[in-house]
Design a protein around this ligand. Structure first.
Ligand SMILES: Cc1ncc(COP(=O)(O)O)c(C=O)c1O
Length: 490
């Protein structure tokens, strides 16, 4: 049963049922109420809050509509999972309740998941990784099982510094801290740069992991609109004037979720503006190596003459996510703070994983592996675009990314929103990441992010067909909406 902590204000102008909706939604989105937990019955909640039952009944009805809760005959009302498939709210975690679950969630085999943030399983170099772990244990014995220095395994830091210099980042091993994935690198940087209540600026939309992090670190987020060249500089300046921001989080290359690559000109402007305002830039370069059509501009850190950029990166997207090896490159006064935060968080990143990753890099297998992955994901991007052209309703639009793993798709505004579509899509056996999760202002109601890298072309085709069926099911009632006729187009 959920812990009921809903501070209702009976004298506020906002109607009581709206307050309940808002507060329940908040509890679910922040993760205090988790999928499968039972909510009190409407009479019980009304009694607890000292309000009329009808307000609770209305609120529950709307929350059910939104897909945040689900009623089970004879059992009660639960925080929902996308339960259309299983009929059991505890069977799957709810993406609405736990946005990061989109990245990490594993789905039953009959579900075609376009929602995830992981590379396809067939890309993971299992036998090379097995060899790496065995070789490290043979070579280092118990040494590979002890604590590592907080900064990380020196040879790995040296290898990362060497690689980073090839992208134009001027650094040495002492500027590299190994972290538990890029996500922890971001967390360490956020903790070192910002205190509770401080302002963090980012793009709108942005990586949902940074929004998740800001929520738990109680940092305020301000989202700045973007165009095809990246963050809009005028709007950024405006925000910097008004908000006394402590950091600007930017993923300049193959931005998640839009796939945008920030132009070199925009990169320079951004750094200039950040330097003028004295605000550090937190760069996320995790997709930098996943370009499959042309070479992107250098990372912001490579253009950073003032030492204001902290560069975060990792191996999840290019080798494997489960080893959790990421890093942050930086310097200056903040560097000592980051090191302290890391030490306090977990002492060090697991020794064996660091050494195995280093061993893998040393074998030289990475570049061949990456060439293969880039070729395949480019084919998959093309495949998904063809499927969207064939199946999605007229008025659907999408990005054509030159790298990364995602298509950013906008549905026609005369049909269902993505939130309306989601449960129907689950019933059809397909998932996607909902646009509003990436937005700082609740926008993105007609946008969805589709991971094209994670599925083979036949699955992509079938998944997009299912999306069409889900959309069709909802918009059938909605006259005036024109569906593309697949056969006709073929
Ligand atoms: C933009 C971005 N940054 C960071 C991460 C987290 O990466 P890691 O798995 O290395 O923690 C992701 C994962 O989806 C991402 O999309």
């Amino acid at each position: 049963m959920v812990h009921v902590d809903l501070p209702i204000n009976k004298t506020a102008e906002e109607p009581l049922y709206r307050q309940i909706i808002r507060l329940v939604r908040e509890r679910i989105v922040e993760g205090s109420w988790v999928p499968g937990e039972r909510l009190p019955g409407s009479r019980e909640l009304a009694d607890t809050l000292g309000i009329s039952r009808i307000s609770v009944v209305n609120a529950y009805a709307e929350l059910r509509e939104e897909g945040l809760i689900v009623g089970q005959a004879g059992r009660g009302t639960f925080v929902t999972g996308p339960n259309g498939l299983t009929n059991d709210p505890r069977a799957l975690p709810s993406v609405a309740a736990n946005p990061i679950a989109h990245v990490t969630q594993r789905h039953p085999p009959n579900v075609i998941a376009f929602s995830g943030g992981a590379p396809a399983e067939e890309f993971l170099p299992v036998s090379l990784i097995r060899q790496a772990y065995n070789a490290v244990l043979d070579r280092d014995g118990a040494d590979a099982l002890l604590y590592e220095e907080t900064e990380g395994y020196l040879p790995l830091r040296q290898a990362i510094a060497e690689y980073s210099r090839t992208t134009g980042i001027n650094c040495r091993a002492e500027h590299v801290l190994i972290t538990g994935g890029c996500q922890q690198a971001l967390d360490m940087a956020v903790q070192a740069l910002l205190s509770e209540g401080d302002a963090l600026i980012t793009t709108n939309p942005t990586y949902l992991g940074i929004l998740d992090l800001a929520r738990v670190r109680r940092v305020q987020v301000f989202g700045i609109p973007m165009d095809e060249d990246g963050i809009k500089i005028d709007a950024l300046q405006e925000a910097l004037i008004h908000h006394r921001a402590r950091a600007i989080y930017i993923a300049p290359t193959y931005h998640n979720p839009t796939g945008t690559v920030m132009s070199i000109h925009r990169r320079r402007r951004l750094l200039q503006v950040a330097a003028d305002f004295g605000v550090p830039v937190l760069e996320d370069g995790v997709y930098h190596e996943l370009g499959f059509a042309g070479t992107p501009p250098p990372p912001l850190k490579a253009l950073d003459s003032e030492g204001i950029v902290l560069h975060t990166n990792g191996f999840s997207k290019i080798v494997l996510p489960g080893t959790r090896i990421g890093y942050v490159i930086g310097e200056g006064p903040v560097w000592e703070r980051i090191m302290r935060v890391k030490r306090a968080a977990d002492i060090c990143t697991p020794t064996l994983n660091q050494r195995a990753m280093h061993y893998f890099l040393q074998t030289g297998a990475l570049s061949g592996h990456l060439d293969r992955v880039r070729k395949i994901i480019r084919e998959r991007r093309d495949s998904m675009i063809r499927s969207l052209q064939r199946h999605m309703p007229e008025g659907t639009r999408w990005s054509t990314p030159t790298g990364g793993m995602y298509l950013w798709v906008e549905l026609p505004h005369n049909g269902p929103t993505v939130a309306e579509l989601y449960n129907n899509a689950i019933k059809q056996g397909v998932t996607f990441a909902m646009g509003p999760m990436f937005h700082t202002d609740g926008g993105g109601g007609y946008f969805m992010r589709l991971n094209f890298a994670a599925q083979a072309p036949d699955k992509i085709e079938e998944g997009v067909r299912r999306l069409r069926a889900a959309w069709h099911g909802l918009s059938a009632q909605n006259s005036g909406v024109v569906l593309r006729d697949t056969e006709h187009i073929l």
